[in-house]
Structure formats: C-alpha cells, structure tokens
Ligand binder design. Sequence first.
Ligand code: 6R9
Length: 638
Amino acid sequence: MPEAWARRAHMDAAGYDAAVARVEADPEGFWRDVAGRLDWIKAPSQIKDVSFDKADFHIRWYADGVLNVSANCLDRHLPHRADDVAIIWEGDDPADSRKITYREAHEEVCRMANVLKSQGVRKGDRVTIYMPMIPEAAYAMLACSRIGAVHSVIFGGFSPDSIAGRIKDCDSRFVITADEGLRGGKIVPLKMNVDLALTSCPGVEKVLVIRRTGAHWLEHGGRDVAYEPLRDAASTDCPPEPMGAEDPLFILYTSGSTGKPKGVLHTTGGYLTWASWTHELVFDYRAGEIFWCTADVGWVTGHSYIVYGPLANGATTLIFEGVPNYPTTSRFWEVIDKHQVEIFYTAPTALRALMREGEGPVQKTSRKSLRLLGSVGEPINPEAWLWYHRVVGEGRCPIVDTWWQTETGACLVSPLPGATALKPGSASKPLPGVKLQLVDAEGVVLEGAVSGNLCLTDSWPGQMRTVYGDHQRFFDTYFSTYPGKYFTGDGCRRDEDGYYWITGRVDDVINVSGHRLGTAEIESALVGHHVVAEAAVVGFPHDIKGQGIYAFVTLNVGVAATEELRGQLVRWVRQEIGPFAAPDVIQFAPGLPKTRSGKIMRRILRKVAENDLTNLGDTTTLADPSVVDDLVKNRAGA
Ligand code: 6R9
C-alpha cells in the first residue's frame, strides 16, 4: 500500500482496528456517531433494536429519528456548495453531455416532486420508475423521497411482463418513464414496454412520460401525462416531508432461488447512513472529487453509488447513458479523461470484455485523473484484477473489490484504501461493525482458514427490513437456514490472514454479467411456452459474463427438437424476462435426472453444463439413471 494512501485516508490500519474495537465496546455510541453524518430533523435517541430470532424477529435502526433523504442529498449542500456540480451527465452520443449544479438539481427535484403531488402521489404511495440513464432518473428517485413516496426502480432492460409483475406486486398506481432510451446507438422502447405492461395493470392511474428522444408516443387519455409542460409550470419550492427513520424509502426487486422476484424493502435512516458512510470510507471520498459508478440506476449499485451515497456526501456523480464499447472500446477511458474522473467503479464483466480488446484502446487515453478503482457485482478473477491495476490504473490506483447485495443496501466487505493491503481477487475484510461468520451445511461455525457459507451474525444500519408484502418470506429466505443468522446465499473462503474470498452463490441464483438471475425465473419462463414440458436451468463458467445460462428443455410429446425451435425459445425468454436473461445454450433432453421423489438433481446438470463429465457423482438414487447417458451424449457444445 503506497505511503501516501496511509497518510491521507479517512481510515488507516490503526483507525480500522480502533473502529472494530470501539463497535465491540460501545455499539450504541459507535452507530450513533456514524448516523451523525446525516442531517436529522430529530436526532435518533434509539439506535439499534434488532433480533434475528424467530420468536421476536425485528430489525430497527434509529427508530425515533426523523429526516428527509432528498434534503440530505441536496438542500444541506446549498449553503456552501450550491454552484458545485452535483451531476455530470454523459450521453450515449459522446457529443451529448451536461453538468448540473446542486442548485439546479435541487430545483429540478422540487419541480418534479410538485408535479408528482399534482398528479395525486401521496406519502407512502409506491411509484414505479422505468427510465433510461438520464438525470431525470435521479430526480425521480429524489422527488419520491422528498414527498415520502416509495420508489420501485425497474431496470430498463426488463420486459413488459417483468414490469407488470413488479407493478402489481407492490400495487403501484404511478409510473414514471421516458419516450425512449438510447444505449449503444440503439433505441429502447420504454414507453411502448410500459404500454404493453399496463394492459394487465388496471390499477395504474398515471404515467408520467419524460422526453428523451422526442419520439412520438401513443397517448392513453387521462392516464398518460407529458412531463415537460408540467415541469415548466411547477414551483421550484417543495418543502421536504419529515420522515421517520424506519419509513420505507424504496423497493427494489431482486431474484432469489424461487420463481418470483422479491421486493427488497429499504428504509430511510439506516439505508442513507450506510450508503453515505460506505461511500466515504470505501472510496476514501473527499469533497470536490468526481465519482463515476458505471452501474444502471435500475440495480442497487446505481441506487447507492450513483444517487444516494455520492449526493449525500456532496460529491460530483457521473451518470452515463451509454455502454463500454460504443462508439469504440475506448469509451470508458475517454469519459474518464473528458470529465477528469478520480474514482471509477465498475463490474468485472465489463473489464473482461474490454481486456479482450487488448491494451491499445486503454493506452490511447491518459487516465491521469484516476486515483482509485472499484469492482462490484461478482468475484473478480485475479487476471482481470491485475489488468485493471496495471493497465487501467497504471499501477498507481488501489482497487477496492466491494462485496455486497441488494439486501445489504451498500458495501459490507471491502478493502479500505490506506488501511488494507490488497490481494487480487479478495474482497478482503468486513467494514467495522460487520460481523461475518462461515458455517458448514449443518450450520456448524467454522474457524480459521476454511471455506463455508457466508453469514452475518448481527445487523448493520443498511440491512433490508422486509420483503414487500411478505414478511414471512423475508424471515424464511434469510434467517431460517441458520437460525439466529442472516444467510447471504454466497459461498466464501477465509485465508490464513483472515481475508475473505467470495466464491459465488451456493443457491439457485446465477450471476450473468453481474446481473443476478434466479434459475427458477428462467425455468418458469421456458415452461410458459406451449411446446415445453419441463425445463431446468443452471449456470456454467463463461469467459466474459462470469456465468452463462444453460437450459435443459424437455419438449411435449410429438414436438420436433429443431434449431429453429431453439432460436424461438431463446427469443421467448428475452421477451418474457429481458434480453440479459436469454439462455446461451439450450439442450433438448427427453428426460431430466430426478430423484425417486421427483426432485431434479441439479448437481448432475451443472456437471454436464460445465463439461465435467468424469465426476458425475452418485447417480444410483435417480429414478431413471439412463437419462444421464442421454444428457452426456447429446451435450450441447457450450
Ligand atoms: C451489489 C450487487 C449480489 C450478489 C452477491 C454475490 C455477488 C457482488 C461481489 C460479489 C464476489 C464481489 N457479488 N459483489 N461476489 N465479489 N465483490 O451486486 O448486488 O445484484 O444483489 O448481487 O452478487 O454473489 O450475493 P446484487
């Protein structure tokens, strides 16, 4: 670790040890101080009130505190930073970019909040946001938080069916969208997707349509409203609604091991405390620095590290509409030079794709402004880490490999620049106050250098509070496998230095290009096709995407297994869930390997998909062992 880092960092190695000791000795005092970084209308006197036990299960942080998230992200910066840039927007087309000061962002958010109110949105209402990566996406989130509405952002790559499911699940009566999106020179028909989704959502009363491309859109009278005329007429003054710390802030749907996505619910005080604190600590953020997280706001990474964390800290956050390879594969590095980005945070899948292009596209740019690099979304393989460090960061920028989940709100495990010596491929150590534990399949606690299932034995302020509308499911999913602990669903190794190495999911969730997908979701889409009798989906190692999607499909009797049908099924899944869920491989199988009780033995399917055929394990418990021979014989050339 370079000397200079240890000198300047918010937390050096001794500071880290001291923080870990203090949170043990005085948790109330420690967590009270952390929350003190926010502006509270009423400071909390109750700090932590948590039990993971079944009989008395509850998670509350700062429960009697009162605050407003948008006021923390905007208003409180106005006295000393109104003319600083809050948002740099870089459009899909390199000729398109814009800077928005804190004063302007505040005005825009107030206007949008007033428009939402004029359309009938009230405190507690759920508002669905389906937007391209334009500043208005952030305004929409902040406008909701300003008036106490609960946003549910849906990634712009999701299909009409997926949108409809999410709208219905949280009973959302309002949608904010744009005419079209623009990514990599291609049009994304957002409003059209919303129209299709809403054919099955009669509960939606208003759709606010923001102009991005200026394309014509079909107006459903009484329901659809063009945003700009209302914005122009709206006041730039909108007092922030005082919110209880445990009032809901947002819902974000994420895939689990069962079919239906879960509405992960985060609340106001604990979430913002965590997003803001980790943004400062992990990225060693300093006032005035330019921070670029390349995620989409439709994922949790975009929520916490494009919008809430950076803006709560008064940073300049960069919102990028485009993709890494448009118009050329130098785009990321050109944007870094153009806007003098200091902190850059991206996903291993993007790095692996860019690595394939060689060093040329990187080296023709300067990147002198960079001082810190981050990685998120999936394990980063050491080759990609070393390339990121050597080629992108020219050996001078530390890399923070940040492990966390939609459920955790923001980072839990990460090196701290200036405190932690780096090991390529390891997310290293938990943040102070984060209590990790490795357990075996039976829940026996494992000590020392060992691999196991990653759990947390205690809460942290940014923890999700419930699955929207299904508190029982929240408990069952995360707290019932190992009683008294939160189970992450991830496998992990701890080395002799106490560093953590996340190895990937141990449940039926796969991670495709950093997108989290439940295999059950893809299976249920496939089975929804009229020719499909049964389907089983597993992940397999993929050079660029991390994991690819391998689907075993049994067709109805009499249906011919043709190449054309294969293509049709891939298109079907794209249409049912979204393009990123399209299977890479479909293998037609007359039968799937099942136990006598009818359970599909995924272990065997994974081996076939991975082409690890020498070690299929015990197949004698199968109802019909001969199906395995067929699977192996007809293995698709993945
Ligand atoms: C933030 C985010 C969560 C899952 C998580 C794990 C994987 C995320 C990682 C990582 C290894 C990292 N994951 N960061 N694995 N190293 N640095 O990605 O949230 O979309 O909910 O995914 O992603 O498997 O359980 P989410």
